[in-house]
Design a protein around this ligand. Structure first.
Ligand code: ZN
Length: 111
């Protein structure tokens, strides 16, 4: 029995995780032997899965730590942005205040 590519695509995950039945395994293997497209798909899926498993094997704490670090980094960047925006706003306000003040002083001929 020759499986079409989209069926093999659906089966690749259970085939990789050794959850497929004997007949399915045989049919997928037969297809992978002949079909380069599906073989590449299977290889890239295996690689992605291995990376994920490595991350899990490093320990969920390590995985979570990296995730938290990423979120913290993003929040820090946002905080710097708001702090910068606030600084610009304050400097402009002071500049405008000083300008208006000098203008009034000139009008009243204090300067
Ligand atoms: Zn195929």
């Amino acid at each position: 029995m020759k499986l079409p590519c989209d069926v093999v695509t659906d089966l690749i995950t259970i085939y990789h995780d050794r959850m497929a039945g004997e007949e399915t395994i045989k049919a997928v293997e037969e297809h992978l032997e002949d079909c380069e497209v599906c073989r590449e798909l299977y290889e890239s899926y295996s690689m992605a899965e291995d990376e994920f498993e490595d991350a899990i094997l490093e320990g969920p704490e390590e995985y979570m730590r990296q995730e938290f670090e990423q979120v913290a980094r993003r929040q820090r960047r946002r905080r710097y942005f708001y702090a910068g925006a606030a600084a610009v706003y304050i400097i402009f306000s002071i500049a405008i205040y000083v300008y208006v003040l000098l203008d009034q002083l000139k009008e009243r001929k204090y300067i």
